[in-house]
Write a protein that binds this ligand. Sequence first.
Ligand SMILES: [Fe+2]
Length: 452
Amino acid sequence: MSAKPPYLTGHYTPVADEITATDLTVEGTLPPELTGRLIRNSHNPKPGITPTHWFKGSGMVHGIRLRDGRAEWYRNRWVHTPALDGAPYLTEHGPDLTASTAGTHVIEHGGRLLALSEAALPFELTPGLETVGAFDWEGKLTTAMTAHPKEDPATGELHFFASSPLPPYLVHHVSSADGKELRSQEVPGATAALKHDFALTERYVVFLEGSVTFDPAEHSGIPYGWSDTQPSRIGVMPRGAGGAARVRWFDVAPGYAMHLANAYEDADGRIVVEGPSVGRQGWQRSWNWWVGAPDRGAEPNSGAYATRWTVDLATGRVAEERTDDLVVEFPTINDARTGQHHRYQYALSFPDDLGIGNHALVKYDRSTGARRLRPFGTGQLPSEAVFVEAADGGGAEDAGYLLTVVSDLNTDASRLLVVDASDLATVATVHLPRRVPAMIHGSWIPDAALAG
Ligand SMILES: [Fe+2]
């Protein structure tokens, strides 16, 4: 049996080296406000290494530098953590929080670029994507950090959490907008359930515990698995000092939501939470793809459907509904709406299960219920759509651009596609000098953010 696991083949085939290319070819017109960097992260093990789990592959960031209508460069760099050189995560003293794959996400906070992986400390990068080192708020952060922090658009504060299979199971952190101060509180009542993402509303922090929890018998290197006895719950914690002591946990139907699109408080004070959610079979088929086991889906995401939970704090009841019939993942919004009512949501749809044939970019209009699709052809896989506001949009929620990197197996190449978020039409295409491996997360980092 020498067949490669699915996460080392096709769109997911790692690249073997670090390159820099300048003066990229642009078709169409890049809006001048796109002056900054699109940086994406993916698992890209070194040549010759076959990780036991997709998520165990070393992180590699790919950056595309745009300025004043030009595409100045593309470059890709491994995140040079001790784990890249083989340092083990588990040591006789416990986890080494610097032995990170750093391969899940990359964000800007307080003028720093940070590569993230949820079991470890963030790793700081230079604007040229070279690795600076682990960042721990000058010793204030003593836990791991989720790969899905949330910036409060009103204050610039960064909320994040640490989830652990051992106590303390859940710690909530808030970093000041300048990235210098850190406030931390342990959240009571949490369990060892896997927590990958979370959400903010104006007054609350929203945690999710699904049916996937710590499983020491799982030997892929990531010790989690579905459990029919692990309750699925939504935790609602008041923001601010002392909030953790007032957290409430609400039971929901068994399931697992890897990512959340957003959460907000509606006019009646109920908390609306949205994100794709899987059941037992969808989880197992996805997991089997991630570890290269039999009985896997054709895609890394199987059976995740857009789901809405509405938590009534007064009655303690939670209403749950599936809001669409497409298999989707990678939900995104205009981040200026984080924690507030959002009209538009974007996602990627996956071809298995419903069989629409190809991957597609999806736009949901929650006011009208309309769904717009932009399908991609055979052999083409778009990445998570990152929204960037247009300079002249007048504040309309979908006045802006979606940036997606398309992996094209037909030509063994990739392109950055800039589409109009209002109608999903192409605005510009930047041709990249190599095929960029698919998936995981990334951010648009405007120059103003890095200027501090
Ligand atoms: Fe994620």
